[in-house]
Design a protein around this ligand. Structure first.
Ligand code: SAH
Length: 407
């Protein structure tokens, strides 16, 4: 069907455009003109209430057999929630530079002028970078030939602090007129607080390389969540939807029921957010994370928040929990927030051996959560509460927080 939609052009002025879509849009739901090619938002054109009920049904179907699934917590305003925005560059026919995203399942670049879920300020910065490339003679990296310089741009914006980090991912550290480039960019966007040049010289589909060179500012941004401040460096994980993250963490704290006497484990801790918030109400927090940059951030974050009762270990979470088990350690509460693949049986076996009263499992993939809940159920840990939280409106990603208690 064909319908009128409103999109923003490069100048930020709304204009009408006609697009074809097979979704079932209602007049109140804007539809992104490139959603089919981009593939990031499978619920484009679906009213938000309907999206929530679809996610609720999915959660009930996958997780309902392990406990009652509470009504999903949605957003008041489900647009432009992403505080981390990525763009890859390419050429259109005729040599015109485009910035956008990979077409779903391919490495073809789809031009995106403005995205309905990205932070709008970040999208505007990407448009400016695109417009500066030609005059600075910055060549776009070609994945097929390995020729060219600029591969990606990543922008992270602190929701509360307003700090903005621009990460230019380049194939080489030799970036022509880099200081003038930063100056020109900051002239358009004076609120950019730091610019980092990340070097990715590998033939890889990973966005970021290992090396970061700070071109302007301090090389990281600071943001606050649940009354604490957190430094976030270029490669560390940080939740992309800050509004819903506060709700998620508050729910996690409520489920943990801390009184100030507990020994707490924060596994897969990232930059230490959950552990640092929990430390206020615990005796001691032991946190583990694999990514060394995230652990560095976490230690700095603990220092800045004057949190003295937390210790961070850089290790594989399973290996670390195994060693806690060998030492016959105990924990009262375990927070676990693994990546999409979920946890491992060996991790869960060790977690159970610590005899926690509660395990608070935060999951970004209900399928692996269901698998792991089955294991916990077999080992006498029952899901008392299962709370879906919509962290990713318009996409089919589903975040769930689950309170497990010993039977
Ligand atoms: N709890 C944090 C991070 C959750 S994302 C937050 O709320 O922000 C999952 C984290 O698990 C990432 O930081 C990732 O680097 C880490 N991770 C992935 N595999 C891991 C492993 N095997 N052992 C420990 N940490 C791991």
């Amino acid at each position: 069907m064909e319908k009128k939609i409103t999109i923003k052009n490069g100048t930020g002025i709304n204009r009408q455009k006609t697009a074809r879509t097979t979704a079932q849009p209602t007049d109140s739901v804007p539809v992104c003109p490139v959603h089919k090619k981009c593939g990031g938002c499978c619920y484009q054109g679906t009213p938000y209430k309907k999206q929530l009920s679809l996610k609720q049904r999915q959660a009930a179907m996958l997780l309902g057999k392990y406990g009652e699934v509470l009504p999903i917590i949605g957003m008041k305003d489900p647009y432009h929630y992403r505080n981390k925005v990525h763009a890859v560059f390419s050429f259109e026919k005729g040599g015109h530079i485009i910035a956008g995203t990979y077409q779903e399942g391919t490495h073809k670049v789809v031009s995106v002028e403005s995205c309905l879920i990205d932070d709008e300020k970040s999208d505007a910065i990407i448009r400016t970078i695109r417009s500066l490339l030609k005059s600075f003679k910055i060549k776009i990296y070609d994945e097929d030939t390995g020729y060219g310089l600029l591969r990606h741009v990543l922008i992270r914006r602190g929701f509360t602090s307003g700090e903005i980090m621009v990460i230019l991912v380049a194939a080489s550290p030799v970036f022509p007129s880099k200081n003038n480039f930063v100056k020109a960019l900051r002239k358009e966007h004076p609120d950019i607080t730091t610019v980092v040049l990340n070097i990715n010289d590998q033939r890889t589909s990973m966005i970021l390389g290992e090396k970061n060179i700070t071109l302007y500012g301090k090389g990281f941004i600071v943001d606050s969540l649940c009354g604490h401040t957190f430094a976030i460096s270029p490669s560390a994980f940080y939740q992309v939807n800050p509004v819903q993250t506060e709700i998620l963490y508050q729910t996690a704290m409520a489920y943990a029921g801390l009184t100030g006497r507990e020994i707490v484990v924060d596994a897969y801790c990232g930059i230490g957010t959950i552990g640092i918030i929990a430390a206020d109400k615990a005796k001691e927090v032991i946190a583990v994370e694999l990514n060394p940059a995230a652990v560095r951030d976490a230690r700095n974050n603990a220092r800045h928040n004057k949190t003295g009762n937390i210790i961070f270990y850089q290790n594989d979470a399973t290996r670390f929990l195994n060693s806690m088990q060998e030492q016959k350690a105990r924990a009262d509460v375990i927070f676990m927030d693994p990546p999409r693949a979920g946890s491992t049986e060996s991790f869960m076996e060790s977690a159970i051996s610590l005899k926690p009263k509660h395990i608070v499992y935060i999951s970004c993939n209900p399928e692996t959560l269901a698998r792991d809940l089955a294991y916990f159920k077999q080992h006498q840990y029952r899901a008392e509460k299962i709370q879906p939280v919509d962290m990713f409106p318009f996409t089919d990603h589903l975040e769930t927080i689950c309170l497990l208690s010993k039977l």
